[in-house]
Design a protein around this ligand. Structure first.
Ligand SMILES: C[S@@+](CC[C@H](N)C(=O)[O-])C[C@H]1O[C@@H](n2cnc3c(N)ncnc32)[C@H](O)[C@@H]1O
Length: 273
């Protein structure tokens, strides 16, 4: 459930910078949440003028999260999740989706945004059979994340690492690949990695201009990647069908209206052999 508590008193939260739009808060704005400030709404509206389907992309990302976690907890039988770049609590957070399938699931959330930390208790509403934990950490420090997650998760059993809408904040390809290999290295065989990431495949220049604007007015900066660059995150893993694809087309629910339209968020799920 979303957290109903009001936005924090900024005088008592000096770390929360309301002069610059933040990734977690603008995402919350596009998802229809209320944990955002005027600067986030202003930048959010401006980006929506450049890229009219951005709010649809944010919703598609959350629906992708739902389908991925249901697949992992259901068909794949995973009971442990490490959700990095969690974002502000919203409807159907990872533990809610996983624990609806398997109440004993354990979920560790990780984010480095101070407002996400303030609202983190809304993520700690585990079923009695399972567990949830929150770590305030930077994904550039995978060793600290693995050590912190070890308090809740058993590294002898498969773990699903979800990194949705977060790797685009690591601008350098080598650094991004190194983060993934240091994170997935300690995971046992049968663990999974799920990623989604902005591309220029569908809207091209519009997405490029929106990212440029974001980098001028928002924090932290971001970048697009090609589907081939996204596929490289899964080197050495087995890609779950249908591989790297517009997330709207990753195992979509059946509808009578044909295939869902592609969007500039591509993603995939891989299994560590
Ligand atoms: C676009 S939001 C995506 C939220 C959520 N995963 C989703 O898919 O709906 C990106 C999130 O990544 C977090 N983030 C950005 N850089 C990060 C970093 N270096 N370490 C940890 N989290 C980070 C932001 O604070 C934000 O909450």
């Amino acid at each position: 459930m979303p957290d109903d508590s009001p936005l924090p008193d900024l005088h008592s939260s000096p770390e929360i910078d309301t002069t610059v739009s933040h990734s977690a808060r603008i995402w919350d704005y596009w998802l229809g949440g209320k944990d955002n400030y005027p600067v986030d709404r202003e930048v959010g509206d401006r980006i929506e003028e450049m890229l009219p389907d951005i709010a649809r992309q944010a919703r598609a990302d959350r629906m992708f999260l739902g389908r991925v976690v249901r697949y992992l907890a259901g068909e794949a039988g995973v009971r442990q999740f490490l959700d990095i770049g969690t974002g502000l609590p919203t409807v159907d957070n990872t533990h809610e989706v996983a624990q609806r399938v398997a109440p004993e699931s354990k979920i560790v959330y990780v984010d480095n945004d101070p407002l996400v930390l303030v609202h983190a208790r809304a993520l700690l509403t585990s079923s009695p059979e399972g567990a949830t934990d929150y770590i305030h950490a930077d994904l550039r420090d995978p060793e600290a994340i693995v050590a912190g997650a070890g308090q809740t998760l058993d590294f002898g059993r498969p773990i699903a690492v979800t990194m949705l809408g977060v790797l685009w904040h690591v601008l350098d390809n080598d650094e991004a690949y190194s983060i993934i290999s240091r994170l997935m290295g300690p995971m046992p065989s049968g663990s999974y990695l799920a990623i989604n990431h902005p591309t220029l495949e569908v809207t091209g220049e519009k997405m490029a201009t929106a990212i440029q604007y974001w980098n001028q007015y928002g924090k932290p900066p971001g970048t697009h990647r090609t589907p081939a660059e996204i596929a490289r995150f899964f080197d050495g893993m087995e890609l779950v069908e249908p591989g790297v694809i517009s997330i709207t087309r990753w195992r979509p629910e059946a509808t009578p209206f044909g295939e869902p339209e592609e969007i500039d968020q591509f993603g995939a799920v891989g299994r560590k052999p």
